[in-house]
Write a new protein. Sequence first.
Length: 392
Amino acid sequence: MSGFSFKVLFSDKKSKARVGYINTSHGKIEAPAFSPVATRASVRALSPDDLLACKTQVVLGNTYHLFLKPGTSVVSEFGGFASFMGWNGPTITDSGGYQVSFMWSKGKGVEEGARVVKITDEGALFKSYIDGALHLLTPEKSIAIQKAFGADIIMALDQPQANNLSSRKAKEAFERTLRWEERSFLEWKRLNQKGNFQALYGIVQGGLDKKLRKKSLDFVLKTGFSGIAIGGEAIGADPKITALALDTIAEGLPNNLPVHALGLGGGPEGIFEAVSRGIDTFDNTGITRMARTGLLFIYPEDEGKRENKFRIDIKKKIFAGDKSPISKVCGCYTCVNFTRAYIHHLLTSGEVLGLRLASIHNVYFINDLMERIREAIKEGDFEDFKSFWLQN
Ligand SMILES: [Zn+2]
């Protein structure tokens, strides 16, 4: 009846890396997999056809943004955000917790004019960046909105911790997250009786603190969530910090639940560190954002390595007359048909096509890397594959 299941098919012998299937009522995700972010029901510059051609299996929508615009009633009128945007595959939504908490902890908006007025145990009171209206996001409300948005995988409301939070505030956010998750779980149980089954992931917080992370993981396992999501700024941009944060719980991750890393950064290096520690899916907005600014991924065969973060800055003058593709081993539409010189020209001239071609390449690159990682795990040589990428 649930329409949701997870099965590990291959496990790496030397690490926690694994290949598995996440079955949803909208299709199967072969993990480990990348989920591009459709912030406002659109992966910027890419159509659903583009996403499929880039080997995309699953897309993540942002509850906070979709709630403010076009709004819950419009999205629900169209049968959820996937059908609204014309995407037929599996989907995930986040809870909105990241957006409201980070606006609060950094004291400024993620969007111009956005502001969190107050966070209490009841919920987060925030001001819309669109019209200044006040909204209270509670765990119950987040689940109800995510129910209306209809994703296959939804998230409990949490209060993520920024690395710079004082220890008093971090403790407060941590304790509040446990209470919010419990309320999210109860509301999910109540609402999930009707309509399509949605899997609810509990979120593991706790920064780099092993004790807190373990407490959080134990709570998620005990409560009975359908999956585990790992959050917090600690799994952001720096692969070494990501590794430290994931090391606090990697040993305790069970084999029967899928694990999602929220906002996993760090490019290929961060991905290898996360996959080695048992991550099955992850989302990241940076991959498409970087593409639009001209930071494009390259393979080891193109001299991609740790030092250059596996990427080139295509806007640099040296590429103005370069007749080669972005990558000589990439099979994406952009690399098969266009030169570095042309992409350089488009992006430095403000041509809209440049945004699309660059985004196609970066999304394809990460999905292709995930496919190669899955093959390596299946063939038992994940460690060699990882060393080949991360040598030097
Ligand atoms: Zn390419």
